[in-house]
Design a protein around this ligand. Structure first.
Ligand code: NAD
Ligand code: DAU
Length: 356
């Protein structure tokens, strides 16, 4: 089996769902269920013996070690993190705790487990660390995209904490020969994206008749990748990636935030026109910029294509249409997240459930 951390979050749950669509290899899904973890994302796996969910914190080394000993995974895919830049600006403490201390604790538990494996299993074992393009900092308009050799220059507490975790992972390979792989990916979008992030927030606010808040001038550029393409890249790297290497993952799709929001408004105008006939674009509102806001991200994903044959399957046009359609069909999922019902549901149905 594989051991996945953070598999109830946006990318982690997409990864688990995609994994079990393509393979019968079981997944142990280890997640703390912070505000960003939502078991509703995994509803379609109810009763599926290939998916074992365990609630826990990656900082809890004892619990992780016990689970590794018991379930003997052949790989760990590490998604668990605090992931929202704005939250890291308001309160960096949890980012340091989970992203740095948590990754350290997980590495220690994994290294102890790996050291004790028989030779063949030890050789086959992999630790794949899922990271971000934000560790490279920001680009000027004419700069080439981030490659794997671009120096790290993180600018937010979030990206600094992810950079620190990347360095720890690197050092475990270099010092202990621990079999690591790291992926640094650009902005994802798709189903189950928490509506605090740009794309799902805009889709939700548009329909609710609320303002669509654009930070600063809206000309900040991100390189958008459909989430299932990220999941496919992770599977390729896990399968055939070279130990100790890092792989950049991106969509070759740079867009300014304002253009992204215009596309969303136009799709909504055609799929769900407003009663008064006006465009959703009229709800666009400019708000104060994010402090330290990175201006441009772009990923050079040629290494992954050259070495492992990965390329995104979706264009932004196809991916964003699927995404808007998914949000229109899953209004209940969004409403549960916004009202907090998803976590209350988990409290009553999961946390406080009596042991049979
Ligand atoms: P998310 O915030 O949606 O999900 C994070 C998950 O981790 C949640 O289920 C949460 O409950 C869990 N978690 C948090 N702290 C934990 C802890 N201490 N122990 C166990 N579980 C914990 O995040 P996401 O957007 O799905 O991102 C997943 C990973 O991918 C992160 O490492 C992030 O840095 C990276 N990444 C994200 C993007 C993106 O665009 N979202 C792009 C590149 C890389
Ligand atoms: O680049 C990868 C990163 O992408 C991941 O590592 C992070 O986990 C993920 O959250 C994402 O970070 P961003 O800060 O780029 O994503 P976010 O959706 O928060 O913002 C995207 C852009 O939109 C950014 O330039 C800020 C802007 N924005 C965001 C929000 C929420 C707005 O203009 N208005 C908003 O209301």
């Amino acid at each position: 089996m594989i051991f996945v951390t953070g598999g109830a979050g946006f990318i982690g749950s997409n990864f688990v769902l995609d994994w079990l669509r393509q393979s019968d290899e079981p997944v142990l899904n280890f997640d703390k269920l912070t505000y960003a973890g939502n078991l509703n994302n995994l509803n379609s796996l109810k009763g599926d013996a290939r998916h074992l969910f365990v609630r826990g914190d990656i900082c809890d080394r004892e619990q992780v070690e016990a689970l590794l000993k018991e379930h003997k995974p052949r790989a760990i895919v590490h998604f668990a993190a605090e992931s929202h830049v704005d939250r890291s600006i308001h309160g960096p403490g949890e980012f340091i705790n989970t992203n740095i201390n948590g990754t350290f604790s997980l590495l220690e538990a994994a290294r102890a487990y790996w050291s004790g494996l028989p030779e063949q299993e030890k050789t086959a074992f992999r630790f794949l660390h899922v990271s971000t393009d934000e560790v490279y900092g920001t680009l000027g308009p004419e700069d080439p995209p981030f490659s794997e050799t671009t120096p790290y220059a993180p600018n937010s507490p979030y990206s600094a904490s992810k950079a620190a975790s990347d360095h720890l992972v690197r050092s475990y390979h270099h010092t202990y020969g621990f079999p690591t792989l790291t992926t640094n990916c650009s902005n994802n979008y798709g189903p189950y994206h928490f509506p605090e992030k740009l794309i799902p927030l805009m889709i939700a606010n548009a329909q609710a008749g609320k303002p669509l808040p654009i930070y600063g001038d809206g000309q900040q550029i991100r390189d958008w990748l459909y989430v299932s393409d990220h999941c496919a890249a992770i599977r390729r790297v896990l399968q055939d990636g070279r130990l100790g290497e890092t792989y950049n993952v991106g969509g070759w799709n740079e867009m300014a935030n304002l253009d992204v929001v215009h596309v969303l408004c136009d799709i909504l105008d055609s799929l769900k026109p407003k009663a008064d006939g006006s465009s959703y674009r009229t709800q666009i509102t400019y708000v104060k910029d994010r402090p330290g806001h990175d201006r441009r991200y772009a990923i050079d994903a040629r290494k992954l294509e050259r070495e492992l044959g990965w390329k995104p399957a979706e264009t932004f046009e196809t991916g964003i249409r699927k995404t808007v359609a998914w949000y229109l069909e899953n209004q209940e999922w969004v409403a549960d997240v916004q009202s907090g019902a998803y976590s209350k549901w988990m409290e009553t149905n999961y946390f406080n459930r009596e042991v049979a």
